[in-house]
Design a protein around this ligand. Structure first.
Ligand code: SF4
Length: 467
């Protein structure tokens, strides 16, 4: 449910292109849905690294003149929503550090479940951290004198990390991409002429007119340099089960992307069809909560034979900088973002399809809008099972007690929302929409965590007051 879940991060890298920074900038535009808090690009001309980053959307942070200050044929970029650490300026990525071998830029997507422990170990030894993010941990692991001379230094250091990570590293000699052995987050490789591209989602390759080559595999390190593309694997054995985030398909990724080998729109349509089979209802019209519910609503319409219409219209111009109304203002931010098409709704029995219910407050406001517009019956259909558990791997769900479905039956959630009926896709239905069901994490629905956190997880757990 858009508006209730924090997005996480998006990564983009280009090696061997005259306008590398600009290509990264275009790619970050495509990945904006993965994080709207800040954006950054670091480029290399083979001699030094240059960085430009700031808070806000890609369009807020970069201006044409910036690309003159980001020279070189190689660049990486990042869009961020903070799942660990606040939005303070030092936390904006890519991070740039100077280690003994030279300058290094790091961009991270995911969430580490043992970062606080590792951070404490290094702080006890005298290390100084500049950020309050989990991402900085890898810098200290790499700089550790015990690791510095290891032949497989990066693989060894990544082996210390637990949880979800895709990393992009940039030096003057190479771009390195790495994906954790569980493969929680997506990362793909593309080709544009002689340039190599790495991106969180394939929609970024499309915008660059780059050809998709393959995904970075779980537990793989891909090094791109003047020597070409080299790969190494780490952290996996025959018992390692991947746990790719199924929520990427349900909500996060863009429908035009292929993630984990499957088109997101197609998976969502299948979920909608399954929803129609599992929870049919006698109604007049079906529509989506835009935008993330659109594909599943199409599937529900196909599966049920009910006509698909537009019940809500989204105002695409309400950005992050929108000033929230005062508490006593009777116009809510939900209403400013989404309006009802009264003509479609009035006097009708409507089926509303959404991707998820998180806290339930946003859903409730939207459903109230439908009632006020004269909907006769409201039947809500959700294209995933009830979300009852927090995510420790980079999706910013609230704690369990704040999730609408935690401790409530489906009938109780329906009462909370004030709908005539409520149906969620079953776990079997969810997994039937992907071709390799055993390869996915479903912990936010099942509570079955593939990597247990080693410490209490809190977004601001590494934050201290800075004067
Ligand atoms: S817990 Fe849910 S949101 Fe988090 S990685 Fe697993 S499936 Fe994705």
């Amino acid at each position: 449910m858009s508006g209730e879940i924090g997005e996480h991060c998006g990564l983009m890298g280009v090696w061997g292109n005259d306008s590398a920074a600009y290509e990264v900038y275009l790619g970050l535009y495509s990945l904006q849905h993965r994080g709207q808090e800040s954006a950054g690009i670091v480029s290399s001309d083979g001699r030094t690294l240059q960085s430009r980053k700031g808070p806000g959307l890609v369009s807020d942070v970069f201006h044409m003149d910036d690309f003159k200050r980001l020279p070189g044929n190689h660049a990486i970029g990042h869009v961020r929503y903070s799942t660990t650490g606040s939005g303070r300026i030092q936390n904006i990525q890519p991070l740039v550090v100077e280690e003994i071998e030279g300058l290094l830029a790091v961009a991270h997507n995911g969430n580490l479940v043992n970062a606080r422990t590792l951070r404490k170990q290094y702080q006890d030894k005298g290390a100084i951290f500049e950020t309050s993010t989990d991402s900085e941990t890898i810098v200290h692991l790499l700089a550790d004198p015990q690791h510095r001379n290891l032949p497989d230094r990066l693989a060894h250091c990544l082996g210390h990390l637990r949880g979800a990570y895709c990393f992009l590293f940039l030096t003057n000699e190479m771009i390195v991409a790495a994906r954790d052995p569980n493969g929680f987050r997506p990362l793909c490789i593309g080709r544009l002429g002689n340039s190599t591209i790495v991106a969180s989602e394939t929609c970024a390759l499309d915008l660059l007119k780059a050809e998709y080559v393959r995904d970075v595999l779980p537990g793989e390190i891909v090094t791109v340099s003047d020597r070409g593309v080299e790969t190494a694997s780490f952290g996996r054995d025959c018992r390692t089960r991947t746990s790719q985030c199924i929520f990427e398909h349900v909500y996060f990724a863009r429908p035009d992307s292929n993630v984990f080998g499957e088109n997101v729109h197609k998976v969502r349509v299948t979920l909608g069809e399954r929803l129609a089979a599992e929870h049919p209802v006698d109604a007049d019209v079906v529509f989506a909560v835009p935008d993330s519910g659109l594909s599943a609503a199409m599937g529900y319409s196909r599966g049920s034979g009910l006509p698909l219409d537009l019940g809500f219209i989204r105002n695409h111009y309400v950005g992050r900088t929108f000033i929230m109304p005062a508490q006593d203002d009777r116009r809510s931010s939900v209403e400013i973002k989404l309006n009802v098409v009264r003509n479609v709704v009035e006097g009708k029995r409507v089926v509303v399809v959404d991707d998820s219910i998180i806290r339930g407050t946003t859903s409730k406001s939207r459903l109230d809008q439908l009632r006020r517009a004269g909907a006769r019956e409201i039947h809500m259909r959700i294209s995933c099972p009830p979300t009852r558990h927090p995510c420790f791997y980079g999706i910013d769900f609230p704690e369990a007690s704040k999730l609408a479905a935690t401790g409530r039956t489906v009938a109780e959630v329906a009462r909370l929302l004030g709908v005539d009926s409520l149906g969620y896709v079953s776990m079997e239905g969810l997994l039937s929409a992907v071709s390799d069901p055993g390869a996915f994490c479903t912990a936010c629905f099942s509570g079955d965590y593939p990597v247990l956190p080693e410490e209490e997880m809190d977004k601001l757990s590494m934050e201290r007051k800075i004067c």
